[in-house]
Ligand binder design. Structure first.
Ligand code: MG
Length: 362
């Protein structure tokens, strides 16, 4: 995607004298309230569990960092990539996926809740930074990229008619791939630090075993901590190198025109050019299965999850009963957006900390 070929913005604006359109989009995201609040939102582990592990904001930076490396190596549009990376998790509610599940349940009758779609609501409606328009008025390519994420994450039962779209730009695919590199690596690292796992268990997964074998070819006599850090570096390096090598081969074998890239609704795996080799993909899946059962469903994680979900459910009920307790701008939007959706917008924007504070201040 060349910046000069952007389709523009919903509310037309004159070009900036020295920043390109996607550079400007990136800056708008960085200056938004929703972006700053990512610092106090859960990635996987909540704030009470320690201060080593990733937050939603540091995860976002790891994704942006990996994505820019991939993009620069493949001569893609780095400004667009960075913007897409910075908004990709902007719609996460407090308490990560635990919070998302509660809000989705509370909003069942009005279309449910999904963090990927919520990111679009934030940048198109909920951020109030400009007198001329709601939202951030980002470039249409950025919105299309996030729409692709949102459609992909819908269960097929909810993906309605007219939802088809062209398979997305390579810049969008890069961010998807970088997200996976980041969480597969850092969730294991965080779990080790929190003693939810021990290194030996992870080394039994094929992905970690292979990374450790590669590290062993370069170093001998590493202590536990050195080995763990070396394996983490190797995992990122290996995944990123694999993605670049695979992308070069696939891009060379396929015309780059968007029209050739197929439809999202019936997404053909071959349409996605930025993806790992089959062998690495298989090993990543095995790691994810392991992490799911051993980390995401760990009793400590589940107990924090249950506590957070109770708090959020109670908050939803409270503001449905007393919408007048919400800030003015959420109250005002009830007329156009409906009561449930407006309460959800308010709750989803909260940080973990603020949600807990409001929950105990009944
Ligand atoms: Mg993410």
């Amino acid at each position: 995607m060349h910046s000069s070929q952007t389709a523009g913005r919903r509310h037309p604006e004159p070009p900036h004298p020295y920043r390109g359109p996607f550079q400007r989009d990136r800056d708008r995201v960085v200056h938004s309230a929703a972006y700053r609040r990512l610092s106090a939102k859960t990635q996987v582990f909540t704030g009470e569990m320690g201060d080593y592990h990733r937050t939603r904001l540091t995860h976002t930076h790891e994704v942006a960092s990996v994505a820019r490396t991939l993009g620069r190596s493949l001569a893609l549009n780095e400004d667009l990539i960075e913007t897409l990376a910075l908004i990709h998790d902007l719609g996460h509610p407090p308490f990560g996926h635990a919070g998302e599940d509660v809000l989705d349940d509370c909003l069942k009758s009005v279309g449910g809740f999904c963090h990927n779609a919520q990111a679009l609501r934030i940048v198109e409606l909920l951020e109030t930074r400009y007198p001329e328009f709601p939202g951030l008025n980002l470039s249409l390519e950025v919105l299309a990229g996030q729409q692709y994420r949102a459609r992909k994450s819908l269960p097929s039962s909810r993906a309605g008619e007219g939802q088809e779209a062209r398979c997305c730009l390579l810049e969008v695919q890069i961010v998807e791939a970088a997200d996976s590199v980041a969480y597969d690596t850092h969730d294991a690292d965080d779990a080790l630090e929190l003693n939810l796992l021990v290194l030996e268990e992870l080394l039994e997964t094929p992905l970690w075993a292979e990374a450790a074998r590669r590290v062993g070819a370069r170093y001998t006599n590493l202590d536990h901590g050195e080995l763990r850090r070396a394996v983490l570096h190797e995992l990122i390096e290996w995944q990123v190198s694999d993605l670049i090598e695979q992308a070069i081969v696939r891009i060379a074998a396929k015309p780059l025109s968007l029209s050739a890239a197929g439809k999202v609704g019936s997404e053909n795996r071959d349409d996605v050019l930025i993806r790992p080799s089959d062998e690495l993909a298989e090993q990543k899946t095995q790691l994810e299965t392991f992490l799911f059962s051993r980390v995401y469903r760990h009793p400590d994680v589940l107990s924090h999850r249950a506590h957070a979900q109770d708090a959020l459910r109670e908050l939803f009920a409270r503001f449905i009963r007393r919408p007048d307790l919400m800030p003015e701008n959420f109250l005002r939007r009830i007329a156009s957006e409906g009561l449930e959706r407006s309460v959800c917008d308010y709750l989803a924007g909260m940080t973990d900390r603020f949600a807990h504070q409001v929950a105990v201040s009944s």
